[in-house]
Design a protein around this ligand. Structure first.
Ligand code: 5GP
Length: 142
């Protein structure tokens, strides 16, 4: 497996070199909206520590990421009146991974509404800002 590339796009977001719609941050974990959401509220949860994917991440960092993914899943249910949540996580190109800093997708779902194809359409900034506001408020409400 290739080594971690510190210039991947999510590493740049983590360092604040590129913008994002932030949803959550703690000492080990960072979460922001997917810029091409497969459904409203599609969030990516990352460890702050460098890890290419599930195959090289430290187990404790992975544990934190999964705990935060659960928080965001619960908030997504409320914020988007969702009927369910899809969790996705891809490893290496052959596994469907495109950006090589570990991330877990948390995608609120509505009954009978199919997800958009991956990376199909960049969402409008005002829509993303509104979705981020809703998710952050639902997280704060607990
Ligand atoms: P994966 O590596 O799990 O296949 O997917 C990478 C995800 O990152 C895709 O869902 C894609 O829409 C998202 N993505 C790609 N570039 C950016 C970006 O610059 N900002 C954000 N927020 N998401 C991105």
């Amino acid at each position: 497996m290739p080594s971690y590339d510190p210039n991947n796009i999510f590493a740049k977001i983590l360092r604040g070199e590129l913008p994002c719609y932030k949803i959550y941050e703690d000492d080990k974990t960072f979460a922001f909206l997917d810029i091409m959401p497969r459904a409203p509220g599609h969030t990516l949860v990352l460890p702050k520590a460098p890890a290419r994917n599930m195959l090289d991440v430290a187990p404790e960092d992975l544990g934190h990421v999964i705990g935060v993914a659960q928080k965001i899943a619960k908030a997504g249910m409320k914020a988007f009146a969702a009927d369910g949540i899809t969790i996705q996580q891809f490893n290496e190109g052959a596994g469907g991974q495109v950006v090589f800093h570990l991330h877990v997708h948390v995608i609120p779902r509505r009954e009978g509404v199919p997800m958009k194809p991956p990376a199909s359409e960049k969402e409008k900034p005002d829509v993303l800002a509104d979705h981020a506001k809703k998710l952050v408020a639902a997280l704060a409400a607990g």
